[in-house]
Design a binder for this molecule. Structure first.
Ligand SMILES: Nc1ncnc2c1ncn2[C@@H]1O[C@H](COP(=O)(O)OP(=O)(O)OP(=O)(O)O)[C@@H](O)[C@H]1O
Length: 692
């Protein structure tokens, strides 16, 4: 069971030979895909064969789709020579659905020309046992191996004889080595070491919407991204058409996770922040705290709906349509019935407006038919476009543009009062009303919250398109209106919501998962916990967890899988910026990434001190050849570094209303070491830790 020294090991030699054979087959598969790209001939059928081998199923798709798939396939078969082609192996016993068979598990399927697999894709059903089999529940597996690699070479293995009761679980050295491997560059995938509780979430059904409440470093982001890759593999036809979307809190976070899905062979997933996703207008303004609180509240959805539908008028005059010498007359009562019917239909505003014009055309046709004529559809279309029909439609069901509607709502106090009656108090209405109406569109300085309101209005006008699956990371920070905006884009699909209420720093965000899920339109999503902490060693977690009672989030604390003595250093210093520079210079002597996290306002002072001390650093964007990054506390969420240096916790707490939550985020970013430097007293909750 222990790690094996390989030099003499027959097993190791055999596994290395298998790696060489797999590499040769992969090269052959890539050459074949390339040649198919350049020779038409039978490529269609051959590709279908290849797809069947890879994914287990084919359905009819167009030639263009196949051609582009072929190009993607050539890319996906690229082999950088460094990424191991497999990382594990399972051997089945006689009492198994695959009696006596062995499978190597890797990032992608590799087969020989006869179709025999040398490596099975980690997402294939056969691979599930690699992640989930235990001695107590072996799933037919008698032996499992995990492989260790050094400089791209298979260098060690860990073996569990499940049939003899061996089960390493979290004691796996390969797991620990993977977690402790120095961080350089962006986030890595965890495909070789996904744990059973994580795997159950990754492989949950496509139609299953999940909400994963996980303490810091429990692998939520990793699980969400691997789930996206798993779903794309398992439901290619459904999801390649409708698409998968990943939502993250900011661009720094998105850059950090950007490489994970491509590394798993899935390059086509859209990754965006909420602002990037909606972007109906350029944001140049900000809101007061009171205005933001109201604009981000779910009640605004109904206010906007009322404002829009309040535009619909009552026809009081008859409509007279002239067609040459003929006249068609539709009386106000009939017109009113038509408008009422359209209001009742489940149609978007703009669609119903179009429908009104067409129905008026049909009413005219009925009159023409009563006179003995038989007008065509083209005649109806022409009548629907005549001046009087257009004028009536404009009067009764006017054209609306979403930004214009919101601008009017925020600048016309009477319209707001009518629309918000019984929903928003006078004071709330005052808070969001613009003091003066802008004279031109250009004058408007839209805020982030306004953009979301415009998006809400846009969806009332025309139905937003829906993705097949949406992964929403750091979801605890979404406002109800943002959640609605994302929910619209998942209307026909499912969601994986990832977050931690203890890390919620948005004052205006719903404070419970049921409230957020309701706003997302997925109230029945299952809320599931993850509590095993992979990132942060126990000694550092103890410090962060001391904040939990004060955060009042009602969540389970993380329990770390690792002890790391001396990983926590807390020091009182005379001047924080200078002390940070000294600590940064020392930290650079060790391998791995370093994050210096301070209150946003302290970033200039700290970068100045680092520059003065000659310590090379980047600010707020990890660069591969600059291991030390200065991160403003408000942008630390979701990131991690081998060594984190936190300057002045009290300033981080004081900087914002939910400053203690922010500090909890900041203290949970370290993989190997946390240095806390303070000149002011530590926050009361941490006082017991003093100097350590
Ligand atoms: N099964 C695993 N094997 C190896 N590493 C893992 C595993 N699960 C998680 N990790 C690592 O632990 C770290 C934390 O994972 P991740 O960022 O997904 O956690 P998180 O729950 O999203 O954290 P946070 O809430 O703090 O953002 C990452 O480096 C990730 O690669």
């Amino acid at each position: 069971m222990p790690e094996t020294d390989f030099a003499e090991d027959q097993t190791l030699r055999a596994e290395r030979d298998h790696m060489v054979a797999a590499r040769a087959e992969l090269t052959r598969m890539r050459d074949e895909a390339r040649s198919l790209q350049t020779h038409d001939g039978e490529w269609y059928e051959r590709l279908a064969d290849i797809r069947a081998q890879a994914a287990g199923a084919t359905t009819f798709v167009s030639d263009e789709v196949l051609a582009s798939e072929l190009a993607n396939r050539t890319i996906s078969l690229a082999d950088d020579g460094k990424t191991p082609l497999f990382f594990g192996r399972i051997d089945h016993g006689d009492d198994s659905p695959y009696p006596g068979e062995s499978f190597h598990i890797g990032r992608r399927h590799i087969a020989n020309p006869a179709g025999d697999p040398l490596v099975i894709d980690w997402r294939a059903p056969v691979s599930e046992a690699f992640y989930r089999a235990t001695a107590a529940e072996p799933r037919g597996v008698i032996r499992r191996r995990r492989f260790g690699f050094h400089s791209g070479q298979l260098s060690s293995y860990e073996q569990e004889r499940l049939d003899e009761g061996e089960n390493l679980g979290l004691a796996s050295k390969i797991l620990t080595a993977e977690i402790e491997k120095p961080r350089v560059g962006p986030m890595r995938d965890i495909v070789a070491t996904i744990q059973p509780d994580q795997d159950a979430l990754v492989r949950a059904d496509l139609d299953d919407s999940l909400c994963i409440q996980g303490a810091p470093g429990t692998g939520k982001t990793a699980v969400g991204l691997h789930r996206a890759a798993y779903l794309l593999y398992s439901h290619p036809d459904r999801l390649k058409r409708s698409g998968v979307l990943v939502i993250g809190p900011n661009q720094a976070f998105l850059s950090y996770i950007a490489q994970v899905l491509p590394a798993l062979g899935e390059g086509g997933v859209k990754q965006a922040t909420v602002s990037q996703l909606i972007a109906p207008v350029q944001v140049r303004g900000t809101d007061s705290a009171q205005a933001e609180a109201v604009k981000t509240d779910a009640r605004m959805a109904e206010v906007i709906r009322r404002a829009l539908y309040g535009r619909i008028g009552k026809p009081t005059e008859p409509l007279v349509i002239a067609d040459g010498s003929l006249r068609y007359r539709i009386g106000p009562a009939r017109l009113m019935r038509l408008v009422d019917d359209l209001r009742r239909d489940d149609l978007r505003y703009a669609t119903a407006r179009e429908r009104l014009r067409t129905r008026l055309g049909y009413l005219a046709r009925a009159q023409a038919e009563a006179r003995g004529d038989s007008p065509t559809e083209a005649w109806v279309a022409r009548i629907s476009r005549t001046k009087s029909v257009k004028e009536l439609t404009d009067a009764v069901w006017p054209a609306v543009d979403a930004a214009g509607l919101i601008a009017e709502l925020l600048s016309d106090r009477e319209l707001l009062a009518r629309s918000a009656d019984g929903l928003l108090s006078e004071a709330e209405q005052d808070a969001i009303s613009w003091p003066t109406a802008p004279r031109t569109k250009r004058q408007i300085r839209w805020s982030n919250a306004d953009a979301v309101l415009i998006d809400e209005a846009t969806d009332l006008l025309e139905r937003s398109g829906s993705y097949g699956h949406v992964v929403i990371d750091e979801a605890q920070d979404l406002t109800a209106m943002q959640a609605r905006a994302i929910g619209r884009r998942a209307r026909q699909g499912s969601v994986t919501v990832l977050g931690d209420l203890a890390q919620s720093t948005t004052v205006t965000a719903p404070k419970t998962w049921p409230a957020l899920l309701e706003a997302l339109g997925k109230p029945t999503a299952r809320v599931l916990p993850l509590t095993t902490g992979y990132r942060v060693p126990a000694e550092i977690l103890a410090l962060a967890n001391a904040l939990l009672p004060a955060l009042d989030a009602g969540v389970e604390p993380a329990v770390s899988v690792r002890q790391a003595p001396h990983s926590l250093v807390i020091q009182s210093v005379p001047e924080v910026a200078a002390a940070v520079a000294t600590a940064g210079a020392e930290a650079l002597e060790q391998p791995g990434s370093i994050g210096v996290v301070v209150a946003d306002a302290s970033v200039p002072a700290v970068t100045k001190a680092l520059t003065a001390a000659g310590v090379s650093h980047s600010v707020n964007s990890a660069e591969e050849d600059v291991p030390l990054t200065v991160v403003p506390a408000t942008l630390a969420k979701g990131l991690e570094f081998d060594h984190v240096i936190v300057g002045e916790p009290a300033a981080i707490v004081a900087a914002e209303q939910r400053g203690l939550h922010r500090l909890y985020v900041v203290l949970t970013r370290a993989v190997s070491k946390l240095t806390v430097l303070h000149a002011e007293p530590l926050p009361a909750e941490l006082a017991a830790f003093g100097e350590s």
